[in-house]
Ligand binder design. Sequence first.
Ligand code: SAM
Length: 327
Amino acid sequence: KHNPEGDAQFLEDESTKIFARKVADHYSARTNQTLEEREASPIIHLKKLNNWIKSVLIQLYARRGDAVLDLACGKGGDLIKWDKAKIGYYVGIDIADGSIEDCRTRYNGDADHHQRRKKFTFPARLICGDCYEVRLDRVLADDAPFDICSCQFAMHYSWSTEARARRALANVSALLRPGGTFIGTMPDANVIIKKLREAEGLAFGNSVYWIRFDEEFSDKKFKSSSPFGIKYKFHLEDAVDCPEWIVPFQVFKSLAEEYDLELVFVKNSHEFVHEYLKKPEHIELMRRLGALGDGNQDQSTLSPDEWEVAYLYLAFVLKKRGQPDRT
Ligand code: SAM
């Protein structure tokens, strides 16, 4: 018997899977760069700035011996940051098999182009999987609970449907211990929507990035439509070229609360830089990462176009409700 609703659901599920695959294939295809290639990147200072933001978040919340869950860990670019925080255990998951392989290589210390170093001090488990589809509490039953969950520059890939967004937050909540911390970075929907409204058509950008919304959003109004599945194409020179989804922060915040995750803070990257760059230890870190020039200003070596891309992102911290079971 013909079942239009069933057909529509089937088509939605299929297109969701196709887009998840597109994202995975895009990241899988990105090969490791040599140090020379990395330094020559048109967005090298933006990459360094983003590494600084992630390092500050880790320094602020990680404690010696912590068990860490890194959702969408990519090639393991944060392994060194976690090592510096002296964590006790690390689980990294990513949908892109190529990235997980690179992550494994980096963890084993075989061919790290960026930093030749010996083994990491913590044991690690690296898994290829879709963090926004799979019930991770089943996969990681023996590894949980975690003290910290981190999802860097990747939460927005869960916002294609409500089911995926819920799975993402349910996974984080189920795996964190009471009082555990969820840290992350993702696009700042307020900034992106503001730029869209100011744009002539459905696209905007500068010399290093562009964003283009689908024709279906040509009225530029999102209030009446669902807060999930608002898709755009994001292109960032030498980094990203794939579909992404708007994450309205208020919706993220209230959905997270449903899963016992309470907001500690949210800050646009610009605000984050201005706030944390006042602290000497963070200035020193920025200098070591090379994102700062000689002058002490945040954007002194970032081009204005890179600084504008930084403005497209925010950092968030959430806390799992309940009393910590250790001191
Ligand atoms: N977190 C890493 C970092 O900060 O360097 C990687 C960030 S990269 C911009 C986004 C990552 O999200 C990619 O490695 C991609 O494969 C991963 N990703 C996207 N969708 C995913 C999903 N459904 N499950 C797991 N990983 C996913």
